[in-house]
Design a protein around this ligand. Structure first.
Ligand code: BGC
Length: 730
């Protein structure tokens, strides 16, 4: 398979999308696929995981580090840089086997042609380190000035986040430190440069930049190359300080770029040895799927014990760098099957942010744990009450994502239970997971309503996965997930071992009684006479307009479809899989015919306005034995970041970035959908429904500390035990 994606021309309109598509990352930081000479208008970013800042009433968002890759050239005294200078030729590439970005750009000058080439990566073996090689070649005796250093004037959506930026040079290392506005956190970036030609370096400093100026005259056709190594650390990295940063840089410089690249590639190969999925018979699907896996591997917090992944990965500040249900419901399975330590870290983040969830519940007048819809550190909910800007008035629009998307707490429980089932590791439950499940159950219990006449519990005033219909009653997905939470909590509490652990703190028997009663009596809409499950009370009476009709009513291309006045709100058009998501999670509770009828009913009414939607349709189609119908939805998910399209705006709010939930969804569809893999009870099983043209799939999965090689062909499946999973956590 060809592990390279390429872009062979320069297109200014594509700058933002390329930044996402060609992203390199290592879980600690993400480097957008932008050119070294870009300034903040072109959205370059070294986006940092898990550190946030808020300025005034702007949205709290993650930090972009000062741009330590900033580099450009001047030839005969004139600057040549994209996008201002039109290039003669331009090519950029991402080797997604190894997370290596490269570019080659030629400019025509008055006296001849100058070409710059660069290659860079976010080191996978040392996540604080970045390495870059940058070279200049000319077909004449050009007078080159190469500027390279740190640009502190970073791209921010709601910044600027650094109140002060201080820079200095010490023994050949240049350094910039930014101090954040809200909490005075610090971000340090340091870099060192080695040139393969004799040259002098002079410092040039500006208000927000510190650069080296390297001047030389080129021999015709010779390439002049510098190697830059950089280190990034923040005040959140307890075991990092300046001394360690200098030491790391010294070692890296002594080793040289090629050695760093080798170590980095080796680490990537280790990851691929357990993550790659081979598909014999469908090259395009295999490439898209592994490209999706690349993105998941690039943002996996392998360096942390309790960190999660934001909805837009490490591609920038969109969605406030916050963690959504995307992690548990869409990304988790990939990590469970390939790197359970990362899966644990994702779930431990939730367990450790229980305090924030309990505070949120109190704020809204509920009990237990109401997890943040957009979670940042400590479980702080970054979601604004006004999450969309009205395109007509420019005014913020009241949205209820934060107040009413109750299903987030159920996603947390789902993640904890699934982690425990697939890995067999009880330690997460022991270290706070059990309490988390109980508090989530308490939360749903406090949401239950009962009519004076009637014997079932209802949940009112919610937003389900389909966000276009706000504040509805009895959303089927939310109610079923609440039931799952009650069942999970009751099951754990009835286990004598767990009971003994927690009975000092909770009235266990009373809780079991409550949760069992709630699970038995919560209202779940049944299929109607046509087999259709109503998404929420009253959905069936809404206008049955087609998606095209509804789209035709838009007065502005960026108008928000949902909310009080959105074009979809009074119609049956939904944003994303909702009932279908529920059926996908609990297929055994319905006749196969019901699954199929609901798929066929809801699909034409789904706008797929979220990249999360397609995979749910793909997976349910597999469960209905319809691989042909599943296939295009699978490809949509797998190519969410590879192809153009995809929404970049919600109202006037920029929402562009990578789509790790779609990537995770593509993985789940391939392995659990087409491959039919299940492993809940510790035994790996398959029930494959391969799409046309797929002769064979090969991959590895781990379950209960054992790694298996799985090969699924048209003639049958072969599951081979490969040995124990090496893991510190298990
Ligand atoms: C979707 C949510 C999702 C969020 C982040 C929204 O557009 O509707 O379900 O969690 O994006 O990906």
């Amino acid at each position: 398979m060809n592990w390279v994606i390429q872009e062979n021309k320069f297109c200014e309109e594509q700058i933002s999308r390329m930044g996402n598509r060609m992203l390199c990352g290592n879980g600690y930081l993400g480097i957008r696929g932008t050119q070294e000479e870009y300034r903040k208008e072109q959205m370059p970013a070294i986006n940092l995981a898990g550190i946030y800042d808020q300025v005034g009433s702007g949205w709290r968002e993650p930090l972009n580090a000062p741009n330590v890759l900033y580099t450009y050239i001047a030839v005969d005294g004139k600057k040549y840089a994209l996008p201002e200078t039109e290039p003669l030729k331009h090519r950029m590439e991402l080797d997604f086997r190894h997370g290596i970005f490269s570019r080659e750009t030629s400019f025509r000058t008055d006296r001849g042609i100058v070409t710059v080439r660069s290659e860079r990566f976010a080191c996978k073996d040392e996540v604080h380190r970045i390495a870059m090689r940058y070279s200049v070649t000319a077909d004449f005796h050009a007078e080159i000035e190469l500027y390279t250093g740190i640009d502190g004037d970073v791209w921010d959506i709601h910044g600027p986040h650094y109140d002060t930026l201080v820079s200095c040079e010490e023994q050949g290392v240049i350094r910039m430190q930014g101090v954040t506005h809200e909490k005075g956190d610090t971000v340090d970036v340091l870099e060192t440069v080695a040139a393969d030609f004799p040259c002098e370096q002079h410092l040039v400093t500006g208000e927000k930049e510190i650069l080296r100026r390297i001047a030389f005259v080129t021999e015709i056709g010779r390439s002049y190359c510098i190697e830059k190594t950089a280190v990034v650390f923040t005040s959140k990295d307890r075991d990092w300080d300046l001394q360690r940063a200098h030491g790391t840089l010294r070692e890296a410089k002594a080793a040289g770029y090629d050695a760093l690249k080798e170590m980095h590639c080796r680490k990537w190969e280790e990851k691929w040895a357990v993550s790659e999925v081979e598909i014999d018979g469908d090259e395009e699907a295999m490439k898209s799927l592994n490209y999706s896996i690349y993105h998941l591997l690039s943002i996996a917090p392998t360096h942390a014990a309790n960190m999660s992944i934001p909805a837009r990965g490490l591609s920038g500040q969109t969605y406030k760098g916050a963690v959504f249900w995307d992690t548990e419901m869409f990304m988790l399975d990939f990590f469970l099957f390939t790197d359970p330590d990362v899966a644990r870290s994702l779930m431990k983040y939730r367990v450790d942010t229980l305090g924030g969830a309990m505070e949120k519940a109190v704020f809204y007048g509920y009990e237990g744990a109401f997890y943040a819809w957009e979670s940042q550190e400590g479980g702080f909910d970054a979601c604004s009450d006004y999450n969309v800007t009205d395109v007509f008035t420019g005014r913020p629009q009241r949205t209820y994502f934060k107040d009413k998307q109750y299903h987030i707490s159920a996603a947390v429980v789902y993640g904890i239970m699934r982690y425990t089932q697939i890995t067999g590791d009880q330690s997460l439950l022991q270290e706070g997971g059990l309490k988390t499940v109980i508090e989530c159950a308490n939360f749903y219990y406090s949401l239950l309503l009962k009519r004076a006449v009637g014997d079932c519990y209802e949940i009112w005033d919610v937003i389900g996965p389909d966000e276009y219909h706000e504040r509805v009653n009895n959303n089927a997905y939310t109610n079923r997930m609440a039931k799952f939470v009650f069942q999970s909590a009751a099951e754990l509490l009835k286990n004598p071992e767990w009971k003994a652990r927690i009975e000092q703190e909770y009235p266990v028997d009373e809780l079991v009684r409550r949760f069992e009663d709630a699970a038995a009596h919560i209202y779940l809409p049944k299929p109607d006479k046509d087999g259709i499950i109503e998404q929420f009370d009253g959905y069936s009476h809404l206008e049955d307009a087609s998606i095209d009709e509804v789209r035709g009513r838009l007065l502005h291309e960026k108008e928000y479809w949902g909310g009080a006045y959105g074009v979809a709100a009074e119609t049956k058009v939904i944003k994303q899989a909702d009932v279908v998501t529920m059926l996908n999670l609990f297929p055994e509770e319905y006749e196969p015919e019901i699954l199929k009828k609901n798929w066929e009913y809801y699909e034409p009414r789904t706008e797929h306005g979220s990249s999360l939607s397609s995979c749910m349709y793909a997976m349910l189609a597999c469960k209905c034995n319809m691989p042909r119908k599943a296939y295009p939805f699978f490809m949509n998910s797998a190519s969410a970041d590879l192809k153009d399209g995809g929404r970049e705006w919600a109202g006037l709010v920029y929402i562009g970035g990578t789509h790790p939930a779609a990537a995770g969804g593509a993985y789940m569809t391939a392995i659990e959908g087409f491959g039919g893999v299940s492993a809940q009870d510790g035994t790996v099983r398959t029930a494959a429904v391969l799409p046309e043209g797929w002769n064979r799939m090969k991959f590895h999965i781990c379950c209960r500390n054992i790694r298996y090689a799985v090969e699924i062909g048209r003639q049958g499946t072969n599951i081979m035990e490969e040995g124990n999973v090496h893991s510190d956590a298990l």
